[in-house]
Design a protein around this ligand. Structure first.
Ligand code: HEM
Length: 454
């Protein structure tokens, strides 16, 4: 295979370098950006082992866009084998074409901007309910778990239409926590529920049973379940080309939506809320922007209000810059392909190393290649106050781009708006940031209280 380069005429493609990490490759808990740095070093692509998989890591934006967007249709998805047990074999994120598109079509209409606008009042209501409860408690140990409960509440209500009481909500959120923890144990060995994978599978069966119960109520036309908001009831009965989704397709994709839809958003919020508290000048700018938005649009969170919050949005982007949420997006080429100056064999698992790409972006690295450690969202505001592009490909790309991207942005901005407008809090010293499966600040929140209006 040969590729033309403008300077040198024709130059042969080469195989990507191969990197050995020895025993380190068995440490499934190593922080993803440090794994990616080990493998990629200063290069743009290299083959190394992670999570039991020998994969080609892509560490450069241009190549990443080729894999995900420009040459996206030349690639299948590629995930570690245990994913299909945990997430379900019919999960759209694990399916190749044409099945991926067939399933995704059922869900796409529920995640448009217009649909997200419909969900906004409910999202705002849930955020306020949680914030007011936090204010009653004042001091909240392991605040990250409570943030996760908030995002789980939103996703269960909006996506699932579940009307769980606080105890049930906590029980199901814990079950999801166990299921997600199973992702870090890539050996599909249950051992009577003793391994993290075994525990995750047990949790999955419990969650699947709850979703099946809800589906069955909807199918029987149960009046109370029909009355609830939530897109499950729309999708259970939706038909495309005369066909509805099977029960397995529904369960696997709702488990996928509930996971994809709350851990990622909670991770982003824990990081952003932590840094805002540690940089009071940035918190002040957030409050200033929110006061201005309330003055212009009133207190309700509407699409126009959300669009007029470049600084609030920049706070999220800045969190993603410092701690990228989704560490890798996985693909594999269907045939032998040329990728930049590399030749890549058909079927080669290919990980777009989003963490590394964010950390090494030349917009914020210094002369030694290190990213600016300061939390300063203003870097994402242009000279006319407009929003600038955040870290690359945070939501993936191409025809598999995150389905819930608009919902995630709306929800995260609503949480920051509610807190920025009406509450104050402090983070106790000693907070720790863990990196896997999603970056999360483990923190105790002190003195969470409602601001008194003057
Ligand atoms: C900050 C929050 C979020 C981030 C950073 C995020 C990021 C991502 C990324 C990187 C992908 C992979 C895209 C690719 O393969 O190119 C993805 C896929 C996906 N996300 Fe999100 N996500 C977030 C929130 C959500 C929410 C709220 C939902 C829905 C409720 C959601 C649902 C999905 C689904 C269904 C997929 C699979 C799409 C497909 O394979 O066609 N995500 N997300």
């Amino acid at each position: 295979m040969e590729a033309k380069s403008p300077e040198e005429g024709v130059c042969p493609l080469r195989s990507p370098p191969r990197v050995k990490r020895g025993l380190k490759s068995l440490n499934f808990l190593q922080e993803p950006s440090s794994v990616q740095k080990d493998i990629l070093g200063n290069g743009d692509a290299a083959i190394g082992t992670w999570m039991g998989m020998r994969a080609l890591f892509i560490g450069n934006q241009e190549l990443a866009r080729d894999v995900l967007v420009n040459q996206g249709s030349d690639y299948d998805v590629s995930n570690p084998p245990h994913f299909k047990y945990l997430l379900g074999a019919e999960n759209m994120g694990l399916l190749n074409e044409p099945e991926h598109t067939r399933i995704r079509k059922f869900f796409t209409p529920s995640f448009t901007a217009a649909k997200v606008a419909e969900y906004l009042p409910r999202i705002e209501q849930i955020c306020e309910w949680h914030a007011k409860n936090w204010a009653v408690e004042g001091n909240i140990p392991s605040w990250q778990d409570r943030i996760k409960l908030l995002t789980f509440d939103v996703i269960c209500s909006v996506v699932g239409g579940f009307d769980w009481n606080p105890e049930e909500l906590k029980e199901m959120s814990d079950a999801f926590g166990v299921l997600v923890a199973g992702i870090s144990f890539p050996i599909p060995l249950e051992l009577f529920g003793l391994t993290p994978f075994g525990k995750a599978m047990k949790a999955r069966r419990k969650i699947a049973a709850a979703i099946k119960g809800k589906i069955s109520l909807i199918k029987q036309g149960d009046a109370s379940s029909q009355a609830k908001v939530g897109l499950l009831k729309e999708i259970v009965v939706a038909e495309i080309e005369g066909k509805t989704l099977s029960e397995d397709e529904l369960v696997d994709n709702f488990i996928g939506l509930l996971i994809a839809g709350h851990d990622t958003t909670a991770s982003s919020l824990s990081i952003t809320l932590y840094y805002l508290s540690k940089t009071p000048s940035m918190m002040l700018l957030l409050r200033k922007e929110q006061n201005e938005v309330v003055r212009r649009f009133g207190t309700a969170i509407t699409p126009s209000a959300l669009e007029s919050m470049p600084f609030t949005e920049a706070c999220l982007k800045e969190g993603w810059r410092l701690h990228p949420v989704v560490p890798v997006v996985a693909r594999s080429p269907k045939t032998d392909v040329a990728l930049g100056s590399y030749s890549v064999k058909a079927g080669q698992p290919t990980f777009v190393a989003l963490s590394h790409i964010a950390k090494t972006d030349s917009r914020w690295t210094d002369g030694t290649g290190n990213p600016d450690p300061c939390f300063d969202p203003r870097r994402f505001i242009g000279s006319n106050g407009e929003s600038l592009e955040g870290p690359a490909l945070v939501f993936g790309g191409g025809n598999r781009i995150c389905l819930g991207m608009l919902l995630a942005m709306a929800e995260a901005k609503t949480v920051l708006s509610v807190i920025g407008r009406g509450f104050t809090y402090e983070i106790e010293d000693g907070a720790k940031i863990s990196g896997f499966p999603f970056p999360t600040v483990h923190m105790n929140c002190n003195n969470f209280r409602q601001l008194v209006e003057s």
